[in-house]
Structure formats: C-alpha cells, structure tokens
Design a protein around this ligand. Sequence first.
Ligand code: BGC
Length: 717
Amino acid sequence: MVSAQQKMPVYLDVTKPIEERLENALSLLTTNEKVELCHAQSKFSSKGIARLGIPEVWSADGSHGVSDEKIWDEWGGAGWTNDSCTAFPALTCLAATFNPEISRLYGKSIGEEARYRNKTMLLGPGINIYRTPLNGRNFEYMGEDPYLASQMVVPYIQGVQSNGVAACVKHFALNNQEISRGEINVNLSNRALHEIYLPAFKAAVQEGKTWSIMGSYNQLRGEHCCHNDLLLNKILKNDWKFDGVVISDWGGVHSTDQAVKNGLDIEMGTYTNGLTTKGNFPYSGYYLANPFLKGLKDGKYDIALLNDKARRILRLIFRTTMSANRPFGRFVSPEHSEAARKIASEGIVLLKNTNQFFPIPAGKYKKIAVIGENASRSMIVGGGSTSLKAAYEVLPLQGLITKYGKDHVEYSLGYASGRPMYGREEPSRLNADSLLNAAVEIARHADVVLFVGGLNKNYFQDCESGDRKSLNLPFGEDKLMESIQKVNKNVAVILLSGNAVAMPWIDKVPAIMQGWYLGSEAGNALADVISGEVNPSGKLPFSYSKKLDDIGAHSFDKLCYPGDSVNIYYKEDILVGYRWLDTKKIVPQFPFGYGLSYTTFAYSKPTVDEARVTADGIVKVSFTLTNTGKIDGAETAQLYVSKSKSSVIRAAKELKAFKKVFIKAGEVKLVKLEVPVRSFAYYNETKSTWEVEQGSYTLLLGSSSRDIKGKVDLDIR
Ligand code: BGC
C-alpha cells in the first residue's frame, strides 16, 4: 500500500530549483523514453512521460497569433470552435513602431493567448534579416537592421515567456528567401554572418533568454541548419551558452547522424510531402526515433548526446507546463484587441503627405471613394504558417465606414486576385476591365480617393515557400492607379504589404501610407491614423528602393540572388539594406528609419559627455527634441555611427541606438542615449573575435538614416 506520507519525488517538488527537478526526472527515464522526447508524435506535439505525469510538448504557430488546433497528423484545422484567436499585426509592423515597450506588450498579449490554449511553445517570433524585398516571408520578420531586430525581439520574448510559454525564435539562420529554401546552401563571410545575420539571434538568446529556437530549412556551408555543427553546437550552445531546446523546422531534418551530433533536440514535421499533404510516415521512423535508438543500442552514439537533448527538453517542460509560476492566460480579451489596435496604429508609416492631405477628419469630405481589393480582403488568412483563424477582423473598409459614416463612403474593388492558396496561384475570375472601369467611375465623382492596395498573402506575394517575382505591384494595380489619377488628383495610396514595392506613380499622388498586415484591428487602426485620432509615428524597418538593381542582393549575378538552386553567395557581404545604399551613394525611394508625422520636430545639436572614450566605455549622447507643431506626437531619434578610416570595409553608417519619444505640442524634451563602445566593434575574421578599432568616429543623429540632423566626433582610445 502507498502511504499518504510517501515522499514526493524531487521532480514534482515545485519548491526545488528546476535543475534539481530535471536531473531527478532524467534519472527516472529509460533510454526509450528519452528518445521519445526527441521527435514528434503528431503534427504539432511531441511526447512527454505519461507514467510520470510529465506533460507533452505542444507548439502552435506563430508570430502573429496563436493558430487553431490542427488534425493530429495533418496541416488542416481540426474544426474546434473555441480556438479563434486575436490576430496581432505582422512583425514588420511591430518593428516599424521602433518601440521596445510595444514589443513587450505584443509578446505578453500573444503569450497570454498561447497560455490559455495550453501551449508549451509559441513558434515565433521570426527575425531573419530583410535581404531582398522579394522574400515572401519578410512580413514575418523585423526588417533589415540587426540592431533594430535585436532591440525589438528581446522584450517580445520576455513578454511571451512571462506567461510560462516558451518563445521559439526562428529561423536559425539565413533563411532570407523562400526560393529553394529547403536545400539552398548559403555562402557568406564570417563578418556578414556575425555582423548582420546573427546579432538578433544572439540578443534573443543572451538578453531575451529564449527557451527555444527553430532551425531553418536552408544549409550553411554544406550542412542543413537544423543540424548544423557550426550554428548549433559551436555558436549557439557553446559560444552563446544557450541552455534551451533546438527544434527543427517542419521537415527540416535530413540525417540521423547529423541530427544526433549537431545540436538538434526535437525533430518535427519529417516527411510532410512538400508540407501540404497528410504525412503517412510513422513517427517511429523519424531520424531521431528508431534510427537514433538503434545507433545508441549499437554503441554508435554516446548516451551523453541523448542525455543532453533529454535534459534540455525536460528543462523546457519544467520552465513552462510544470512551472509553479505559470499564470493562467486569457484569450481574445478586450485588452488584446486594444493591444492589437495600439501596435497597429503605432506601426503605420506615413510616407508622403503633400499639403497635409492627411489627416482627414470626419466631415471634411462628403464623398470618399475607397478603391482596392485590400480594403475588403482578409489579410489574416493566407501567407503560409502564419495564416490564422481569428475571432474577428475589422477590414479597412469597415474601419473607414465606422469613422466616416456609410453615406460618405463608396467602395469599388478596382482589381481582384484569387483565393490565397499555399504553393500555387489561383487568379481571380472577375473581369479586370470591368473592375477598373467601375472604380474609375466612382473616383470621378468623389471628393477624395483612398486607394487601398499593395500585396496580399497569395502565393508569389507575401507568402511562405515562394518569393515575389518582381518589385512591382501585382494584379494590375499600377494601371488602375494611373486610370484613377486621370479623373481625380486627390488620391492617397494606402499600401498593405510586408515588403517594399515599386512606385512608378509616386510623383502623381499627394499622399502615401504604409499600412502592413495589421491583424484583427486593421480597419480601426488605419481609420485612427487616416482620421488623425492617432498621429502616425511608425518608421520604416527597411529601405524602400526605387528599383531592384539598387539593392545589394540584386547588384550582382543570379548566384547572389536567387542562387542556382544549390548555392547562393551573399556577395554584398555586410552591406545589407541602407548599409549598401548609403555606402554606394544610391538614393532610395524612402530610407530606412523614415516616417512622417502630423506634427514637426526640431533637433538640437547633439553633445557627448566626453569626446574621448575607451573601448570598454559608454558614450553618452544628449540633445533636445522639440515638438514644433500644433499636435502631440512621437519621434524616433536614431543614432548612427560612422568610421571613415578603417582597416576593413565599413558601412557608411550603422544604427547603434534609437529612442521613441512622445512629445506634447510645443514641448521640449531632453533625450539621452547611452551607447556601449563595444557595439562599434567589427568582426575580425582572422582572429574570430569582435574588435573595436581605435581612432576617430562620427556619431550621426537623425530622423532617418538619410535625414541627419547633427553630428558629433568621438575619439576611441
Ligand atoms: C515554417 C515554420 C512553421 C512550421 C510549422 C514551417 O513550414 O517554416 O515557420 O513554424 O512550418 O507550421
């Protein structure tokens, strides 16, 4: 008989430290059980230890909202009726807020939803660097600058994990395009790797303390990134001291030997037949299932390799589902709607605003023509794994009708695309000419036209597993724009996209707004900014180039993009985004960090506490910001560093600090930025270390990467 006083096993004792609990649990497991922890048991889960009450690991996509429950073995929705989430704005929008506190709110809110749904792990955020505007997944990421992405990802992770749910930062690493993503072998310098593509992941691990990370599909130096010795063993686990779990991308594992030895912990989604159909491969056949077990039994693999994986997986479980401090979460709460609306409206970027076209207060115009499919199309569905089943979505058209009244808004589709399909395009069956003519008719008689266009979540647009085919707007939008302009000059363009687009019509339109994919509150947030209830304060997290050839990745041959399907060579090296444009003196359409406001700001000359600093010191920069306009607003001041004489190639400037400051009309605020000198370091390839060069530097204070308001020289000794 079991006595009531029988001692509680250590692993169940929540008063004990996690490390003690997991060592105790580990000692109770058989080899078989440990191996079972290391691979999927269903499309989105892996086994726990049922006999010991150790829960299974359940994950859910993704970065923008917690996806619906899936059928056990399939990608399809399971048809539950209680799993429709709040859709938050895409991560490009979040990055455009330049506001780490908003990122924390995002992480906390989405983490609460994941917790309520009892997930162990949220499969996000994504932080791959924006290398080309053709990448179909850029909307899921945080832009082109490693510092911006680092600053934004850390509070997101902390917010998610405060709920006892692991963030799973993805895709580690170099998943910068979707063409040939499953096999393309990325060739790049160690400098580009460490200076551009890894810093956000490093921050996620060392500052964000993420509990899990997802390997990417592509290869680096001949090894798939889900089992890549350099990335996972050497950099992530050894150099960065990552103590969490590495999970594979779905179908990203290709070898038992490498998966065992090169740092993968959990294998997911193997043999998913192009990711679209039901997997008919038994989970016991996974690379980290029976073949692993056999290798262990045959003495081919050291048991220490298995113990390391099991230890990490148990640590994940103890940090999440077996944590005594796990709050209860909440799902589709009014607070989450409010958060989604706030994030969305703070991320919208005002790109052009001639003669104060915006804001448009209610009552200003009697007849507002809203034209464009994106005004009435769901942007929550489609795009691949970020596709969501949302509780609701306020479409742009609805938001505008609510703001201006239905008697003042007339809508015409203007152009049409087909349904969002994964892996294939389905064109619209509607007649393009009729749509165009109908739109032109309503434009002709309107006081103002709001064209709501851009890209969408269809294949070959902003969608996983395919890249865009060109920088131009799709679905005949350019032609439609031209036709509208002929009958009405009072036209603004509102772009919903996760990528930059070409703007052949730019000189003919007085106003442009970059609206992203904004989630459940899209329409309300857009209407808030358009009407002036919210003063726009978003800044571009990536450069808007005039044409493809202006971009580093597109300035060389095909091997530089999209590669020859076997290899790709990052020939632009460290010069990604504005680093390329500024160094090569190419004028972008809109620069990185750019965004207008309904008010104006003035910068004082920046000063530094000390003009001579040591390599381990901190540079303290001060200046004042004045809101010189008539309404309250927010400005993101950006500090770039420039080194003219250097022993290595340097970008013309690099972002090292930024601060978003809310300032009342007429108010003056003193702003102080602190920048550690070690952040000026470059990666020395010969020594494989970071090195701060001595000598003179210039700090550039700006409102964007191109609008520099003041400079100050600095001497590093
Ligand atoms: C995507 C991941 C996603 C996973 C699970 C993969 O195709 O690349 O980002 O988390 O599927 O849906």
